[in-house]
Write a protein that binds this ligand. Structure first.
Ligand code: NAP
Length: 293
């Protein structure tokens, strides 16, 4: 297992998506199970934890997930020196569960300050602009993040749910080496961000597939039933279909860092092993053929 580059950081090739600890289609875990899940990830070698300010059970508990991550890191028995925490902002959540977008500097500054408090940090390691605010030019939103970085509140800047053009705008605004990561949906059932994945490879920008197993609920659990090739290869290698999915994603480029979600320790402990699973050319051919059938 070798680490992968995430902006200024080197991280384990598999991150932990912390969202299911606060929301999603599965039952929300108890506080103790949530902390145990993060600890299991750290025990297994995970060094990138992915959260967001909106990951919360309700609109009036924003920053819930960041607080869970902070609590888990504070209570971990081992070293957390190499752990990178990435969070996100730019989606608004208000009374009555009304959702919106705001990429203005005024909103993002307040969002970053709330995330810093929840994460119990002075600086956020990696901050993703969660979704474009179409009332602004894309470059203006990225410039807001650059300002917050210049103010020392953010170490590295990422974007999320961005298309090819938006990636190029972000690179232009942030300058050479300034864009750490692009976090877009990518999984066997959602492959239409493959162009963005490849573009990031050519730019030397990390690509973080979100919902890499297809999403919480039945999609991730049933990925081997919906796409039998992952179950077949898994049976041959004696591993879960989920590990094969993640190993296939890792094979798409050294810049790819999947962030499978988990609300149970066993899920992330299993997923992490994908980093050591070598798929040969025959496996990869069979997966490509099955997906493109
Ligand atoms: N940037 C964005 O707009 C955006 C949007 C959505 C998500 N995300 C990020 O992406 C992360 C991952 O996405 P996601 O959580 O929606 O979906 P996902 O990673 O595709 O699926 C998560 C589900 O997979 C199950 N799972 C994980 N590993 C497994 C394994 N080895 N075997 C069996 N089941 C396994 C988990 O079950 P248990 O719950 O039972 O452990 C969990 O419910 C999120 O946590 C979040 O950090 C970002």
């Amino acid at each position: 297992m070798t680490t992968r580059r995430l902006g200024p950081f080197d991280v384990h090739p598999i991150g932990l998506g912390a969202m299911p600890l606060s929301m999603g289609d599965n039952e929300r875990p108890s506080p103790a199970q949530a902390v145990a899940t993060v600890h299991a990830a750290l025990d297994a070698g995970v060094t990138y934890l992915d959260t967001a300010d909106i990951y919360a059970p309700s609109w009036d508990t924003m920053n819930h997930n960041e607080a869970v991550v902070a609590r888990a890191l504070a209570s971990y028995g081992g070293s957390t020196q190499d752990v990178v925490v990435g969070t996100k902002g730019g989606i608004t959540r208000g009374p009555g569960e009304t959702w919106g977008r705001d990429g203005s500097i005024g909103y993002l500054r307040k969002a970053v300050e709330a995330s810093l408090r929840a994460l119990r940090r002075d600086v956020i390691d990696l901050y993703h602009w969660h979704r474009p605010d179409r009332s602004l030019g894309y470059g203006d939103g990225v410039a807001s993040l650059r300002t917050l970085q210049e103010e020392g509140k953010i170490r590295a800047v990422g974007i999320s749910n961005a298309n090819l053009e938006e990636i190029d705008v972000a690179v232009e605004v942030l300058g050479p080496g300034g864009l750490a990561s692009v976090q877009n949906e990518f999984s066997p059932r959602f492959r239409c961000s493959r162009d963005e994945l490849e573009h990031c490879g050519s730019l030397g920008v990390a690509f973080l597939p979100w919902s890499p197993l297809g999403g919480t609920g039945s999609a991730a659990k049933g990925v081997g039933e919906r796409y039998s090739v992952f179950a077949e290869v898994g049976t041959e290698l004696g591993v879960s279909p989920q590990q094969v999915v993640l190993a296939w994603e890792l094979s798409l480029g050294d810049h790819v860092i999947p962030i499978p979600g988990a609300s149970r320790p066993t899920s992330i402990t299993d997923s992490v092993q994908a980093a050591d699973l070598a798929l040969d050319a025959d496996h990869l051919d069979r997966i490509d053929t099955a997906l493109n059938r």
